[in-house]
Every structure is written in structure tokens, then in C-alpha cells.
Ligand binder design. Structure first.
Ligand SMILES: *Cc1c(COP(=O)(O)O)cnc(C)c1O
Length: 389
């Protein structure tokens, strides 16, 4: 029985029109010959992987990117058959599953092909992989010409033995493309070019070459050697860093907003203690409102006594410690129970952005949407109309 959101009025709204807008802007921004991968890992950065994937594909994306094979399977189960690249680690036991569901996996080190060989199903569709090269991120990927040459020769041997495997892509990932100083990124690009030259020299035709995330795609839309870009954060309408906000080449529309309703309203006397530890006491007689959302929903306890909420277009302060399932507001006047409260998003001319919340927590916008717990229902809209997901 699907009851989430029925008896507790806390929900996230996802504007799929914003996703379409952001993907279309990227599509226009990059050259015609490049394909666009919509990165929908971590449940679409908390927005819901399947609805976002469908919208992004309709708006011009041709690939999907995920972190886990499990995430790719969820997308296949939803009936989406666009190409999917799984980044990062995948256990060898996943190889025949990847083949069966035509999911491309990543090979991240020089042994990856050798380890996969015993698991490759010769009768299934061929195992598709993209080779990840470490050019300076220091996380995953082959590094050094020696490793790459060894991988190339292992692959050629496997092909000679008619192993059911296909090298479909080569890629790398940037560590600092969202920063003002691009010298580190430029150096990563140079190393990547040198590696690509080795692959080319071996006469292996690899169809996809890619390196750019949201930030790099915004800055370098025309890099000629690549033919695919991987766009995550900015598809959701968020800037890859605060520093890129001013210089971004096109306007982004944030897709996610977070709302709840007052669950309790009371008049508290002067000096009344609010919540665990009584970290806040009313300075005068005050209206205190309770909200049915807390840190178990992803509304971090670290926001206690420093965040804001919007009610009837006005900004009010959150007071006292944020509890597991609830938190309190210092209201500027009486409001009835069930009055709508916005924690992320717009009311009238007031707005609380994900960036504002991230800054209060000393983190980045990526983490704020990802951490929204599944118990917060996601409700989908497009151009003001509610969609039946
Ligand atoms: C998450 C991820 C991306 C997307 O990065 P954004 O900064 O969100 O655009 C691209 N490539 C890889 C390998 C990733 O893991």
C-alpha cells in the first residue's frame, strides 16, 4: 500500500519542466556532434532517477550515467532502454547482469578486464565497457602509459580469442573544473590527449571519448576530441560551485523545492524553552510553530537555530534543535495549523535556495538534494501541472 505523504504533509516538488529547460540549454550550448549524458546517480541527485531520466531523454540527452549497477537496473526495470554507463566500482559478479541488460560498465584499473574474463557470458549480448583513465582526480582509473599499454594488449588478446567484449569508450574525470583557475584542468586534458594517442596508435576504434562534467561542459563546449558530455548537477538547475554562478553561460532553473505544513501552533510565554537541550528560549511572548520534518528526512540537525523558512511569503527563523522528525519555527504572528511552509524554494518574492542551505552547513548543493530521505515523497510537476508518477 502506497501511503507515503498521505498522513504527514511534508513533500518535495520536482519541476520536470526545469529539467527539460536545463537539458535543452546544454544541448544548444554544445556542438551538434556531441551526445549528452544525463547523470542520474543517487536517485537523480535525490530528484528521482526514473522521472528525471525520462524527461532528460525527451529533452535531448541520449545517455544516462549512474554510480551503481543497481541504479542502472532500476532504470531498465522502468522500461527505459537508452544506453547507460555505470561509473566507478562494479563487482565482477555483475558482469553477466550488465550484459543481459545492456548496461555499460567502467573498467577502472589495469586488472579490470582480466578479472571480468571468467564472468563474461559468451552467449549474451557483448559486455560493453568504458575505460576510465586517471589524469589527476586520484580516485579511479588507469594511470601511466605502462598500464594503458598493458591494458591495450590484454584487450587485443581477448579480442583475438573472440571474447564477447567490446571497448566502447574512454574517459576521465576532472577534479577542479568548477574553480576559477583552470590550469589543473588544462593539465588533465593534456594528459588525457596523450593517453588517447596511445589508444589511437593501437588502431582500436573506440566510439565514445568523454571528459566533461557540468562545469567543464559549461566552460569548454567545443573540445574537439570528445563526443559525449556528462551533465549532472546543472541539469537539476544548480551551479557546480558558488564561483560559477556569475559566469554561467546560460540561466539554470532549480528543479527541487521542499515543503511542509504547520503541525502545531502555540503561544509561548517569554523565556519558554524550545526543543532538546533548550538551546533557544523565547525572548518575549511568541508564536511557535512545529513542522513535521527533521533530520531523519535529511533536514540536517546542523541547521538548528540558523536556518529559515517561508510562510505566506515571509521569512521566519527556525529555533531550537532540529529533532529526528520535527523542528520548530519562531513565527512572526499567528498562523493556522496546516499553513504551508517552504524550506527550499520560492514564496512570493522570497526564496531559500539549496545553495543557501548548503552554505549554512558548510557543504555543497550536491549533498543537500542527495540527502533528502526516501520517506519524503517526491511529487512531479511540469509547467504547473501535476504528473502521475
Ligand atoms: C557525478 C559524475 C558526473 C557529473 O558531475 P556534475 O558535477 O554533477 O555534473 C560526471 N562524471 C562522473 C564520472 C561522475 O561521477
Amino acid at each position: 500500500m502506497q501511503t507515503r505523504g498521505l498522513y504527514r504533509k511534508t513533500w518535495a516538488e520536482i519541476d520536470l519542466g526545469a529539467i527539460a529547460h536545463n537539458v535543452s540549454f546544454y544541448r544548444e550550448h554544445i556542438s551538434q556532434d556531441k551526445e549528452l549524458m544525463a547523470v542520474v546517480k543517487a536517485n537523480g541527485y535525490g530528484h528521482g532517477a526514473v522521472p528525471v531520466a525520462k524527461e532528460a531523454l525527451a529533452a535531448g540527452a541520449t545517455w544516462l550515467g549512474v554510480a551503481l549497477l543497481e541504479e542502472a537496473l532500476e532504470i531498465r526495470e522502468a522500461g527505459i532502454d537508452a544506453p547507460i554507463l555505470q561509473f566507478g566500482y562494479c563487482a565482477e559478479e555483475g558482469v553477466p547482469i550488465a550484459q543481459k541488460y545492456r548496461i555499460t560498465i567502467s573498467f577502472n584499473d589495469v586488472e579490470a578486464l582480466q578479472r571480468a574474463l571468467p564472468y563474461i557470458d559468451q552467449d549474451a549480448p557483448e559486455l560493453l565497457f568504458h575505460l576510465k583513465l586517471d589524469t589527476g582526480m586520484g580516485r579511479m582509473g588507469l594511470s601511466g602509459e605502462g598500464e594503458l599499454n598493458r591494458f591495450i594488449s590484454d584487450y587485443q588478446q581477448a579480442k583475438n580469442k573472440k571474447v564477447n567484449v567490446k571497448w566502447q569508450g574512454v574517459y576521465t574525470h576532472f577534479a577542479t573544473a568548477d574553480e576559477h583557475d583552470l590550469s589543473y584542468t588544462n593539465n588533465q586534458q593534456k594528459i588525457f590527449q596523450d593517453y588517447l594517442a596511445l589508444v589511437k596508435k593501437a588502431n582500436i576504434l573506440v566510439p565514445y571519448i568523454h571528459d566533461a562534467n557540468s562545469a567543464a561542459t559549461a566552460i569548454f563546449p567545443e573540445i574537439v576530441t570528445t563526443n559525449l558530455v556528462r551533465v549532472g548537477i546543472s541539469m537539476y538547475g544548480l551551479h557546480p560551485s558558488m564561483g560559477m554562478k556569475e559566469s554561467f553561460p546560460f540561466p539554470l532553473k532549480p528543479a527541487l523545492s521542499l515543503h511542509t505544513r504547520l503541525s502545531h501552533v502555540k503561544q509561548a510565554k517569554e523565556g519558554a524553552g524550545i526543543s532538546y537541550g533548550v538551546t533557544y528560549k523565547t525572548e518575549q511572548e511568541s508564536w511557535i510553530g512545529t513542522l513535521p520534518i527533521g533530520y531523519a528526512d535529511g533536514w540536517s540537525r546542523g541547521l538548528s537555530n540558523q536556518s529559515y523558512a517561508l510562510i505566506q511569503g515571509r521569512r521566519v527563523k527556525q529555533v531550537g534543535r532540529i529533532c529526528m522528525d520535527q523542528c520548530m519555527l519562531l513565527l512572526d504572528q499567528y498562523y493556522p495549523r496546516d499553513e504551508k511552509v517552504t524550506l527550499i524554494g520560492r514564496q512570493g518574492d522570497q526564496e531559500i535556495s539549496i545553495d543557501e542551505v548548503a552554505q549554512l552547513l558548510g557543504t555543497i548543493n550536491y549533498e543537500i538534494s542527495c540527502r533528502l530521505h526516501p520517506r519524503v515523497p517526491r511529487i512531479y510537476y511540469k509547467y504547473g501541472e501535476r504528473l502521475p508518477f
